[in-house]
Design a binder for this molecule. Structure first.
Ligand code: HEM
Length: 244
């Protein structure tokens, strides 16, 4: 009896150590020592795109306009890009991957119905990734850059902030089918929208919050933690558009 209790304790201890090791890979300070200029680069690049070179007067038309080169509207585009990444396979930068017909015929999420010709901001993330790679080669994942740039844009536009666990890894796959089924569509009725968010663990109040009416920051924190990859479950892509 005594030995089985001791065995049970050992098992619990091992489980606890394994669990804390997995969580230990993510931290708000993940890049403090190995990429100390990251925050400065993100803030500088996001401000540059938000507050310079605004698109022409008149705004944009649904589904028909080219990606904006700058201006505050791109802040919303980054937020949507991040949301659409996190809702498909988790926040793993899978949405940034280009179609790859050579390597295993991977269909991109970019080409899925809810994203095609309406998801914007890819060039902003590519530019930031380039600047980050110059300062800290091979260290910062595209998933972390997308999460940080989105939060920086929301904050720069006087929105709330939220804590971000960093050290997340990039996926080696994309999932076009999931993008087609799991992203909310403008044709969805309320029941479908509630069901789509419930599938990802969000209740109706959180759906309202994400629609901008209530505690947006807390809802964004929850989105930011969907299906994050750590350690050898993913990689740090050298180029956000393709697997290493
Ligand atoms: C609730 C279900 C939702 C539906 C059906 C929906 C649908 C859409 C559609 C059709 C567009 C227009 C795309 C275009 O410009 O052509 C759009 C834009 C946008 N959505 Fe959503 N969305 C939803 C939820 C959300 C959530 C939760 C967020 C924030 C986390 C969000 C953020 C945005 C932003 C910022 C834009 C403007 C993006 C841009 O101008 O580039 N949406 N959404």
């Amino acid at each position: 009896m005594a030995s089985s209790t001791a065995g049970g304790h050992c098992f619990l201890l091992a489980l606890l150590l394994l669990t804390s090791a997995a969580y230990g890979q993510l931290s708000q300070n993940f890049y403090t020592t190995n990429c100390s200029t990251l925050d400065t680069i993100i803030t500088r690049e996001v401000s540059r795109v938000l507050f310079t070179n605004p698109p022409p007067q008149g705004g944009r038309r649904l589904f028909a306009d080219p990606p904006p080169q700058g201006g505050t509207l791109i802040g919303g585009s980054l937020l949507r890009l991040f949301f659409h990444d996190c809702f498909v396979q988790g926040c793993d930068a899978s949405v940034l991957l280009n179609e790859d017909v050579k390597k295993g015929k991977m269909l991109s999420e970019k080409q899925a119905g809810p994203n095609l010709n309406s998801l914007r901001g890819f060039e902003v993330i590519d530019r930031i990734k380039g600047e980050v790679e110059k300062a800290c080669p091979g260290v910062v994942s595209c998933a972390d850059i997308l999460a940080l740039a989105t939060r920086a844009a929301v904050v720069a536009l006087n929105g709330p902030t939220w804590p971000l666990l960093l050290g997340r890894r990039d996926s080696t796959t994309a999932n076009q089918d999931e993008a087609n089924t799991d992203l909310p569509s403008p044709g969805s009725d309320l029941d479908n929208l509630i069901a789509a968010f419930d599938k990802k663990g969000f209740n109706a109040s959180e759906l309202v919050a994400l629609s901008g009416f209530d505690d947006f920051g807390s809802a964004m924190k929850k989105i930011s933690e969907l299906g994050v990859l750590t350690g050898s479950n993913g990689q740090v892509r050298a180029n956000c558009g393709r697997v290493n």
